[in-house]
Design a protein around this ligand. Structure first.
Ligand SMILES: [Zn+2]
Length: 499
């Protein structure tokens, strides 16, 4: 019998809005971290890249060597200390098993920044290569919103991105990486990887892969895989426009079986396609100003039998208050405001206890762009620490930890206050607290695309509202310093080409 494969797995991920003040600390990352065997027990069966790695390695009878795995989701930068801490943990773990493993699988988001770094993922890969050398196969899974640099891609033997947003294929992306690694180790394939970067960046709100022309471009990526047996894998990364880095924006990554020219042809064709479609990828007509959005929500909900979703998409830290403020002032509708991130307000409500009536200032703490805090008075329906396994299309089985949480009912509006950054993208914010989405006229979400899998089928309408927080639809309003010249839509000439 052949020796079982020994594969090290790890992950370190954060999608960073580099414009936001503050930075995620080691403590913050630790709240989402798995170490040692907990990497395997915590992620096995989950809809995550790590879950996908484990799935394939289990089926292969491989021995899994767990490193560290922490995915903080989205927020501001990582602190330089946190970067150094987890980069060192990954490298120390690899140093301990160097010479006794066959390959490595990592999950690195691709859009992390730190206060002094614009491409931390490249530095992690450089450090990993420093430990392992260039011959050890290191395969990487990344987020569709990764700003992938040519250097980061170069250090990986092969790179795999989510195909979809909402990210319903995070585990499948991990499986793609793991399967290809296993085939490589068995000598069945010899992956070569090519990256191309069209000079186009998209606001996250327009990265829903179900909407044309992005849906067509994703389908063309699949067509390359289908029609060319030499193509092992295609990833189309939409990038993350709110990280001000030179490599911001789209990337196409093609992995071919030993055929560099074929990988180049595929990546070139798809990159040119994205450049040609750049104007049509911007759906400015989908975005409403605040007053129009609220007016329309009230109008529709007058006769609707299903809830209207209002999307405060420019909010990057789940604490924007523009829509909440307007809804509180207007009143007269039953509104759910799930997962407003405000640990202080949550703690105060927990202190008061379930059943108490309390007045709180909520939200509006992350920066001056989040809007001022809003005063609410209501009854505490729930107070306590809350964790559960997600149930929606994207987070099925994934451990969700909200931390200290309180649900407040003002009569018109139910606000859930949480202590951890978790997007409301499925029905768990209702069902976990004994609420029913159908009892509400309006649901205020802060997601960009991930809510669509669950909410599109059940909502009467989805209204996208632009507010002045750090994730606006109009990228020309942001103070970029590092984004490379020539990028659409920042560059005047790239824009003028359409007139
Ligand atoms: Zn993403």
């Amino acid at each position: 019998m052949p020796q079982p494969l020994r594969i090290a797995i790890g992950g370190f991920a954060l999608e960073s809005v580099s414009f936001l003040p503050g930075a995620a600390s080691v403590d913050d990352f630790e709240k989402a971290a798995y170490h040692g065997d907990a990497v395997i027990t915590g992620l096995r069966g989950s809809q995550s890249p790590g879950g996908g790695f484990i799935d394939v390695l289990d089926a292969e009878g491989a021995e899994i060597v767990p490193l560290v795995y922490t995915d903080l989701g989205a927020g501001g930068s990582a602190s330089d200390e946190a970067f150094a801490h987890y980069c060192d943990l990954l490298c120390e773990g690899l140093r301990r098993v160097r010479g006794r493993i066959d390959g490595v699988l990592l999950f690195l988001h691709g859009a992390m920044t730190t206060p002094t770094r614009t491409d931390p993922e490249r530095e992690i890969m450089q450090a990993v290569r420093g430990v392992l050398g260039k011959d050890m196969p290191v395969f990487v899974a990344s987020d569709l919103h990764g700003n992938i640099s040519a250097d980061f891609c170069e250090y990986a033997d092969a790179l795999f991105g989510y195909h979809y947003s909402p990210h319903t294929d995070m585990d499948e992306t991990g499986r793609r990486a793991a399967r290809t690694l296993v085939r490589r180790l068995r000598g069945e394939v010899a992956p070569v990887t090519v990256i191309r970067k069209p000079d186009v960046m998209l606001p996250s709100i327009f990265t829903a892969t179900s909407i044309p022309p992005l849906s067509d471009i994703v389908a063309e990526g699949f067509a390359w895989e289908r029609d060319h047996p030499g193509i092992l894998d295609i990833s189309i990364f939409c990038g993350f426009a709110y990280a001000d880095v030179p490599q911001v924006g789209f990337s196409v990554v093609a992995v071919a079986d030993g055929d560099q020219a074929l990988a180049e042809r595929a990546a070139n064709a798809l990159a040119e396609r994205i450049w040609s479609a750049r104007r049509d990828l911007m759906h400015d007509d989908m975005v409403l100003d605040l007053k129009t959005g609220i007016d329309r929500a009230y109008e529709i909900s007058k006769t609707a039998s299903r809830p209207v979703v209002l999307l405060e998409h420019a909010d990057r830290l789940n604490d924007s208050t523009y829509l909440l403020d307007a809804l509180v002032k207007r009143g007269g509708r039953r509104v759910m405001v799930p997962y407003l991130l405000d640990p202080k307000a949550a703690a105060a409500a927990i202190e008061a206890g379930e059943g108490a009536t309390i007045t709180l200032q909520v939200g509006g703490w992350s920066s001056e762009r989040a809007g001022p805090p809003v005063e609410i008075t209501g009854t505490v329906l729930y107070a306590g620490d809350k964790s559960y396994r997600g149930t929606g299309a994207m987070w099925n089985g994934y451990p969700i930890r909200l931390g200290p949480t309180a649900v407040i009912d003002t009569g018109d509006i139910v606000v859930s206050l949480v202590s951890r950054y978790v997007f409301a993208i499925d029905l768990d914010p209702f069902t976990q607290f004994g609420l029913d989405v159908n009892d509400f006229d309006i649901v205020l979400l802060r997601s960009k695309t991930h809510f669509r899998a669950v909410y599109e089928p059940i909502a009467e309408a989805v209204l996208i509202v632009d507010t002045p927080d750090w994730g606006p639809a109009d990228l020309t309003t942001l103070p970029y310093k590092n984004a490379r010249p020539g990028l659409f839509p920042l560059d005047r000439q790239a824009r003028a080409a359409f007139r």
